[in-house]
Design a protein around this ligand. Structure first.
Ligand SMILES: [Zn+2]
Length: 109
């Protein structure tokens, strides 16, 4: 990380946004990987849980949208998401087919 203060390069500086570490763009992929993909520290949790977890330690601009986008594109999570009902051909057919039910009243008495 290169930080310039008044034109001078400052070394070994950790920036903070409120109480959490403000990270530079180059560290974002590593953080997402560690907090979402890593089986020990991530575990493919949903976007809210992952966001809360990252938010507790790090901050960068637009992080929430980026985390949501990242999880939406996660292959592992995609496989475990429930399939949409419209993907099932039987249900589509049922919705577009009229079914006539004829009741013969005499049969009831
Ligand atoms: Zn995932």
């Amino acid at each position: 990380m290169r930080i310039y203060v008044g034109g001078h390069l400052v070394k070994n500086v950790t920036l903070y946004h409120r109480d959490v570490e403000a990270v530079t763009r180059d560290r974002v992929p590593g953080i997402l990987l560690a907090c979402h993909d890593n089986p020990a520290t991530g575990g493919h949790f949903g976007r809210n849980k992952t966001y809360k977890k990252i938010k507790a330690r790090y901050w960068w601009k637009g992080m929430k949208t980026e985390i949501e986008e990242y999880i939406r594109n996660c292959d592992n999570c995609f496989e475990h998401k429930p399939k949409l009902l419209t993907d099932q051909p039987e249900l589509q057919m049922l919705a577009s087919t009229w079914i006539t039910v004829r009741v013969t009243t005499t049969a009831l008495f």
